[in-house]
Design a protein around this ligand. Structure first.
Ligand code: FAD
Ligand code: SIN
Length: 528
């Protein structure tokens, strides 16, 4: 089946939905694709909130810009940082217009939280489930929009470029152009051709490349892998953010997050014997940036041979704790942990990818007619490490920029009518699913053991050699198989794991989130 849309938006998180809402109108139709349900996205699980300067009596843009540059270890692109920080308040107003309800205090002002690395209280939130509030508001607004057609349970397999017209495309080809995507309809099992004048990648993060992650298991880096295979530019993949405080509850995948806002509220990290340890690592103690806190916890766990530490909020007023963190209180209570009386067992978990598909200030990728927004993109905002709560705001600011730019150029683009349909000839369904599920587990283990919080050349080389075997086996299997979601995801996590390893091997320094025992010091020539 062939379908034609002005805009093809792949991904229904905050990035994809806000882009779709900005471009859809009676003259421009949008297809919004998501691989499971509209709701299931990283966005839904966000807890802490959205960073934006709103209280100008104590805060200002320069402070937020400085905090972002410091967290990013001075690798952030200053123009991208300025863009996000200065445009944040306008996009907060847009979110509110779409129905998002941010908590206010008794004076009617935003009730602001503070998180690690922020010099001021500037996190807007909806209790401790801000993401669900945003996702549900956007889903409602999207469903009411008559110019957006939603395709749920549709899996984007590959973007279409001149490669599919038989042309040779390499990383040096200057005018690689995207004409749409091949999309698997899970209910028919057919791969349909979606032709578009503009395509937007909004496929989110890569947490599912690791065993222990806070991300929902849809986060397999599909968009990044598709763009990389189409010879687009992908950058900064070595900067994987591990959240210091995921709830330690073996067997849970994804891991439940204990928001950093809890440390902003006064929670303290302790070893199993109850002693504090952050004073050994950073004067900002539990509110140091995430990379420092995650490495400190990793080091303490290794030192004491334990698999978790504790987060202690028992000294705070119980009623206030329940009011601020109702969701976390309930979740922990369901596991027999009363956070007003018991310390919370926590351990780091893969949480966020700072790199991704390289885009410019308009959200345009290196491939023509292809934009990338949200976590799958690399705008340069985060540099070596993301400041807490800077990603939801980045997604809406760049969705706005991309929508503005795309609206100005789309009328110059025609549909291609000579694109061949997906060729299934000579393929069959894989005989044994275990070939796929076991390989996914192997990739997860390789990444966890060898490409985690602390790296070394030896570990990276070992990971590389093992991944190579899985890559060869999987590509062989893909060539003779009808594409199914699981096989495509396996292929994508292998591509993403490869990119993380390769870019980690290329960085011969410890910087931001990338820490290697072989090059423990940063090369600071580019530090401003
Ligand atoms: P997502 O919200 O992940 O959406 C991705 C979409 O792409 C989904 O609809 C999915 O179905 C679709 N998709 C993926 N692959 C395919 C494919 N092949 N075919 C079709 N569809 C596909 N950030 C903050 O700023 N503040 C916070 O407080 C915060 N808390 C967080 C808490 C948790 C537990 C997690 C996991 C993340 C948190 N983050 C937070 C990060 C933030 O939530 C994400 O970076 C952000 O939501 C990403 O939005 P997105 O639109 O780019 O992607
Ligand atoms: C959290 O609530 O700790 C997560 C915030 C974020 O990832 O930005």
């Amino acid at each position: 089946m062939v379908r034609k849309y002005d805009y093809l938006v792949i991904g229904s998180g905050i990035a994809g939905m806000s882009f779709a809402l900005k471009v859809a109108n009676e003259n421009k139709r949008v297809a919004l694709i998501c691989k499971t349900t509209l709701e299931e996205a990283n966005t839904f699980y966000a807890q802490g909130g959205v960073a934006s300067v709103t209280n100008l009596e104590v805060d200002n843009f320069d402070k937020h810009i400085h905090d972002t540059m410091v967290a990013g270890d001075w690798l952030s692109d200053k123009e991208a940082v300025e863009k996000v920080v200065r445009n944040a308040p306008k996009q907060i107003a847009e979110l509110i217009r779409w129905g998002v309800d941010f908590d206010k205090n008794e004076n009617g002002e935003f009730d602001l939280h503070r998180e690690g690395g922020h010099s001021e209280f500037r996190i807007l939130h909806h209790a401790d489930n801000t993401g669900a509030e945003i996702q549900e508001s956007l889903v409602r607004t999207v469903r009411e929009n008559p110019y957006i057609d939603v395709y749920d349970h549709h899996f984007a397999v590959e973007i279409i470029t001149q490669h599919h017209l038989g042309k040779i495309v390499t990383r040096r080809t200057p005018d690689i152009t995207c004409y749409g995507a091949y999309i698997l309809n899970e209910s028919t099992g057919e791969v349909d051709t979606f032709l578009s004048r503009i395509t937007v990648m909004a496929t989110g993060g890569v947490g599912a490349v690791y065993t222990t992650t806070t991300n929902p298991l849809i986060a397999t880096g599909d968009g990044i892998a598709m763009v990389y295979r189409a010879k687009g530019t992908v950058k900064d993949m070595e900067f994987i953010q591990f959240h210091p405080t995921a709830l330690y509850h073996p067997g849970d995948r994804p891991s439940f997050l204990i928001t950093e806002a809890m440390r902003g509220y006064g929670a303290v990290l302790r070893n199993l014997d109850g002693s504090e340890f952050m004073q050994k690592y950073d004067p900002r103690l539990s509110l140091a940036p995430r990379d420092i806190v995650a490495r400190a916890i990793d080091s303490e766990m290794k030192l004491h041979g334990t698999d978790h530490v504790y987060l202690d909020v028992t000294h705070k007023d119980p009623e206030e704790t329940k009011r601020h963190f109702p969701n976390i209180y309930e979740k922990c209570l369901s596991l027999g942990i009363d956070i007003t009386r018991d310390m919370i067992p926590v351990a780091p978990a893969a949480h966020y990818l700072c790199g991704g598909i390289k885009v410019d200030l308009n959200g345009e990728s290196s491939i023509k007619r292809l934009y990338a927004v949200g976590e799958c993109s690399c705008t340069g905002l985060h540099g070596g490490n993301r400041l807490a709560s800077n990603s939801l705001i980045e997604a809406v600011v760049y969705a706005d920029a991309a929508a503005g730019h795309a609206s100005g150029v789309i009328d110059g683009y025609e549909f291609r009518n000579d694109i061949p349909q997906w060729n299934q000839e000579g393929t069959a369904h894989p005989e044994e699913m275990v070939l796929i599920t076991q390989s996914i587990k192997e990739v997860n283990q390789i990444m966890g053991y060898y490409v985690g919080i602390v790296r070394s050349d030896l570990r990276l080389n070992r990971a590389w050699n093992r991944l190579d075997i899985l890559y060869e086996e999987t590509e062989k299997l893909f060539k003779v198989s009808r594409p199914g979601r699981e096989l495509c995801e396996l292929r994508n996590i292998i591509n993403v794991a490869y990119l993380i390893m390769r870019q980690a091997m290329e960085r011969k320094e410890s910087r931001g989130l990338h820490f290697t025992v072989d090059y423990p010091h940063p090369q600071l020539d580019d530090k401003k």
